[in-house]
Design a protein around this ligand. Structure first.
Ligand code: CS2
Length: 497
């Protein structure tokens, strides 16, 4: 029997539906990049804030390219099931904080109307590192990025993040509407400042006076976001139906853990996100660095090494006797690269991360995390590696992670099976690797990828020797042999977090 579809009218089992009247709350947030992570993280915090403190803070979701999120959720009145799986239990909640979702290609006028509506006081974003069009070295925008290029040419019909924000801000200026706060929620260091630099640079190329006003008047708080959220599958939708009694095309699953550290700079106000445990601080940077280097850096390392050792999920990596010690090694190295943070015990953080990675309820694919390495490695791996190089510290854990990425972008498993390299620079990488068969040639080609590896590593002899040695083993003898080599390298008695 076909189950009824989840809608605002669905009579849900006790404790699963919203603990407030959603219809009594207006919309105050436009979220760009409406996908799994937003549904599991910021929307869940906003749900708790609405339930505890109210306010007109419901969310209009926007997807930049895909029309699927809007198609899934519109017949459900914006409702979706959030399944939380911890080792001990599985819980479901139907989230009502999302009032509607728009697909930019289908509804550009409605998206701009939402962004310029005086009721919109926060524009938040989770679009992934690659979608911004950042020039990180210049702290500005990259005019050769396809979306940036197109939007600079046709600023009145933007299709990218910077174009949308600048167009909306300029229309608000013109109409005398107060300016929204821009809240970047992607895994980038100093994400608020990075996005601010790119928005101002983009605006300057169109109208210097506008750039000046954005610089003076728009708040870009930085934030650290954390919740492990795999892509939804048929199993997610089946579980949602089991737990709620309704068919839900937009269901999503995530871990029990969540964390949000935010710089408290919201001139037009904000929801009571503390209701769900968000922490407001003056400086997010140390928290972001901790998360990027420990959680995300280890994730990247284990994704490349794990995928090529035959582990489909992160939890399989953690159950693998060759790989689990490398996870511990990477966490220890990353922890050692960080300053002390008041109230944070890095040893306990590392232990918690291992526990989260082991979560048997979360099927997080190594192949998913392996995506977009050129956008992720600089802040996750190269930044601490560069510091280690300067301090004559241990480069090996970072060299191993980087060699595993290099192994990955060759595009074939140890059994020679091809797979897709999902990276914005995939074509450029493939071009550079044509005819390169030795580890030394591959290392040289990839270290020299423009704007990728910092100069202090590019010309570092030991770094390059380590990469060549480790990649050489991975290519000649396979990933398992490379793992064995790492085991032999481990200093007996070395401290592990
Ligand atoms: C992961 C992150 O896919 C990846 O690169 O490292 O998405 C990670 O799961 C989240 O940052 C957890 O908060």
């Amino acid at each position: 029997m076909e189950l009824p579809r989840l809608t605002a009218a669905a009579a849900l089992p006790e404790g699963i539906g919203p603990a407030y009247d959603p219809a009594a709350h207006g919309t105050g947030i436009v979220h760009i990049g409406f996908g799994a992570f937003h549904k599991a993280h910021q929307a869940a915090y906003t749900e708790a804030a609405l339930a505890r403190s109210g306010g007109d803070w419901r969310i209009t979701g926007v997807s930049l390219r895909s029309v699927e999120p809007a198609a899934q959720i519109t017949p459900q009145d914006g409702r979706y099931t959030l399944i939380e799986r911890s080792a001990a239990r599985t819980e479901a909640h139907v989230i009502a904080a999302v009032s509607r979702v728009l697909a930019l290609p289908e509804a550009p006028g409605e998206v701009m109307a939402a962004l310029t509506d005086p009721a919109c006081r926060i524009v938040s974003l989770t679009v992934t590192e690659k979608a911004y069009g950042l020039d990180r070295a210049a702290q500005g925008c990259d005019p050769s990025h396809p979306a940036v290029k197109a939007d600079l040419k046709a600023p009145e019909a933007p299709a990218g993040v910077l174009g949308l924000l600048v167009r909306a801000l300029s229309l608000r200026f013109a109409a005398g509407v107060p300016l929204f706060t821009v809240l970047c929620c992607d895994n980038l260091p100093d994400n608020g400042a990075l996005l601010r630099g790119a928005v101002i640079d983009f605006a300057r190329r169109l109208d210097p006076a506008l750039a000046e006003r954005i610089g003076a008047e728009v708040a870009f708080p930085s934030t650290m976001v954390d919740r492990i959220t795999p892509a939804a599958t048929d199993e997610t939708r089946a579980e949602a139906a089991r737990l709620t009694g309704f068919r839900d095309e937009a269901a999503i699953e995530t871990e029990g853990f969540r964390q949000w550290v935010i710089e408290d700079h919201f001139p037009l106000g904000r929801p009571d996100w503390e209701a769900a445990g968000a922490i407001f601080v003056d400086d997010v940077a140390p928290y972001e660095q901790m998360k990027l280097r420990m959680l995300n850096g280890t994730h990247s390392m284990l994704a490349y090494a794990g995928f090529h050792a035959g582990c489909r999920y992160v939890r399989d990596v953690m159950a693998d006797d060759d790989l689990a010690p490398l996870v511990a090694r990477h966490l220890a190295a990353a922890a050692g690269s960080l300053p002390q943070l008041p109230g944070i015990d890095l040893t306990a953080y590392a232990q918690d991360l291992r526990e989260r990675f082991r979560n048997p309820g979360i099927a997080h694919e190594t192949f998913q995390i392996a995506m977009d390495g050129t956008e992720k490695l600089p802040q996750r791996i190269f930044a601490p590696a560069l510091e280690a190089a300067r301090a004559h510290g241990n480069l090996r854990p970072y060299a191993f992670a980087t060699a595993a990425w290099m192994r990955h972008v060759t595009g074939r498993t140890d059994d020679c099976a091809p797979y897709e390299i999902r990276d914005p620079r995939a074509a450029e990488i493939a071009g550079r690797l044509v005819g390169k068969t030795t580890a030394a040639a591959i290392v040289a080609a990839l270290c020299d990828l423009p704007g990728f590896m910092p100069a202090g590593l590019q010309d570092h002899r030991l770094w390059r020797a380590l990469l060549t040695d480790i990649l050489g083993t991975m290519l000649a003898a396979g990933m398992r042999a490379a793992l064995e080599m790492e085991r032999q390298q481990a200093t007996p008695g070395a401290s592990q977090v």
